[in-house]
Design a protein. Sequence first.
Length: 217
Amino acid sequence: MTDSGDSIRLRRQRRNTRRAALACAFVIAGMGGMSYAAVPLYRIFCQMTGYGGTTQVSYIAPEQVSGRRMTVRFDANVSKDLPWGFEPVQKSVEVVVGKPTLVFYRAVNRSDREIVGQASFNVAPEQMGYYFDKMECFCFTEQRLKPGQSIEMPVTFFIDPGIEQDEMLDKIHTVTLSYTFYEKAGGPSSAALSGPVRLAETRTDAPVETGASVAED
């Protein structure tokens, strides 16, 4: 097996181990009547396994890229009680599997007060959550906007080359990354004022590519 194959297999083995360990944790928690731990355990389980379209977090890009290309579409929503405008700068991009890609979302506070927002997220189809890795995202932290303030917020992500070994996803060519912003309980005092969002320093020399828009029909 090639070095690339070994790397992919190792990544998959590690993730499968985490899935098994977390599943056991749920069983143990249930047997012990630890209802107070159910919510945080469920959240961790989703983050580690991609369940429900929950994406992964990685600070190291794959050593190898695939020849496979996929289209990533971007969706933006706000809760009905949040007076923000929120949209992707690009509606969709074409990416190379395994290659980090940088895109941006834009948010504006349309109210006359400071507001702290927090974004939830998922991908569809939900099976892609296991292979969709974010290296940096505005959703990792709260965002605070002054009245009328507008900011552009980066997302750096890649699709794990391990997808090539998953025959169930062979026919998947398009994935949608979706965010929904909610007003954060606690108000302006709970977060620092938003400025340019810093991209994480990654432990890799892999270049990050700015996503090229895909023409819409």
